[in-house]
Design a protein around this ligand. Structure first.
Ligand code: HEM
Length: 243
C-alpha cells in the first residue's frame, strides 16, 4: 500500500513537472527567439537607434567579456528599444479569455461565458491611442509623464485565468491535483511568468552582438507569419565587425 501510494505520487509529480517543463520550454523559446529576430532586424534597419545603442553599450560594457546584472539595469535605451519592438511585433499576437459577465460593446451584448479573443497586435497599433502607430519609435517610451491605461500595452498578457490548463485528468489522487489546480488558477492572474527572464536574456544577447558588430538589414520590409507566434518570414542581416 505504502509502495503503491508513493509510486502514484511519484508519477503525478513526473506528469505535472513534465507538463510544466514543456510549457516553460515551448513558451520560453519560440516567443523570445521571434522577439529577438524582430528586434535585431529593427535595429539593423534604424541606424540612428543602432548608433545610440552602440554608444550606450560601449559606455556600460566597454570591451569586457561579461555582462553582469548591474550592467543590464544600466542599459536603459536597450530597455525601451525592446519595449517598442514588442509593441510593433508582439510575439504572442492574441490571447483568449472567457467573459465572466455580460459585456456591451458598441450596443451589442456579448453574454457571459463567451470566449473572446484579444488581438494584441491590433491593440498595439490602434491610432486612437498611439501616435504614429506604425512607426518604430523607442523614444515614445522616454520620459513618460502621461498616465496610460495599463491594458493598452500587453505583450506579456494581462487579466485572469478563465479555465484550468489541460492537465490530463485521470483517477484517484490525480483528480485531486486537477481540482486543486482548477481552484488555484481560476482566480489567479494570467500572464507571462518568464517576462523578466526573457527581457534579461534578450538584453545579454543583443548587447553582446552590438558590442562587436554593426548590422545592416538587407530587406526594407519583412512579412510576418500570422501563426500562434508572430514570427518574421526571414530576416537577412549583414554583420560587419566593429573596429
Ligand atoms: C518576449 C518573450 C515572451 C513573450 C512576448 C511572452 C508572452 C506571453 C504571453 C502573452 C502569455 C500569456 C498567454 C495568455 O494570457 O493566455 C505568456 C504565458 C506564459 N509564458 Fe511567456 N512570453 C515570453 C517569454 C517567456 C519565457 C522566456 C518563459 C519561460 C522561461 C515564458 C513562460 C510562460 C509561461 C509558463 C506562460 C503560461 C503562464 C500561465 O499559464 O499562467 N514566457 N507568455
Amino acid at each position: 500500500m505504502k509502495v503503491s501510494l508513493s509510486l502514484s505520487f511519484f508519477l503525478v509529480c513526473l506528469l505535472f513537472s513534465s507538463g510544466l517543463t514543456n510549457a516553460l520550454l515551448m513558451l520560453g523559446h519560440d516567443t523570445t527567439s521571434a522577439s529577438m529576430a524582430w528586434t535585431l532586424w529593427l535595429i539593423a534597419t534604424y541606424h540612428k537607434v543602432q548608433a545610440t545603442l552602440h554608444e550606450e553599450i560601449d559606455h556600460v560594457l566597454g570591451e569586457g567579456k561579461e555582462v553582469t546584472s548591474e550592467m543590464l539595469s544600466e542599459l536603459k535605451y536597450l530597455d525601451i528599444v525592446l519595449k517598442e519592438s514588442l509593441r510593433v511585433y508582439p510575439s504572442v499576437p492574441f490571447v483568449q479569455r472567457e467573459l465572466t459577465e455580460d459585456v456591451v460593446l458598441d450596443g451589442v451584448t456579448i453574454p457571459a461565458g463567451t470566449m473572446v479573443e484579444v488581438n494584441i497586435n491590433i491593440l498595439h497599433r490602434n491610432p486612437k491611442y498611439w501616435e504614429d502607430p506604425e512607426e518604430f519609435k523607442p523614444e515614445r517610451w522616454e520620459n513618460e509623464t502621461e498616465e496610460k491605461d495599463p491594458y493598452l500595452y500587453i505583450p506579456f498578457s494581462a487579466g485572469y485565468e478563465a479555465s484550468p490548463p489541460p492537465f490530463p485528468a485521470a483517477s484517484g489522487c490525480f483528480m485531486i491535483f486537477f481540482f486543486l489546480s482548477f481552484f488555484f488558477l481560476k482566480f489567479s492572474p494570467r500572464n507571462c511568468i518568464g517576462q523578466k527572464f526573457a527581457q534579461n536574456e534578450e538584453k545579454v544577447i543583443i548587447s553582446k552582438i552590438l558590442q562587436k558588430f554593426t548590422m545592416t538589414a538587407v530587406d526594407k520590409h519583412v512579412p510576418a507569419i500570422p501563426e500562434l507566434i508572430l514570427r518574421p518570414e526571414a530576416v537577412k542581416i549583414i554583420f560587419k565587425r566593429r573596429n
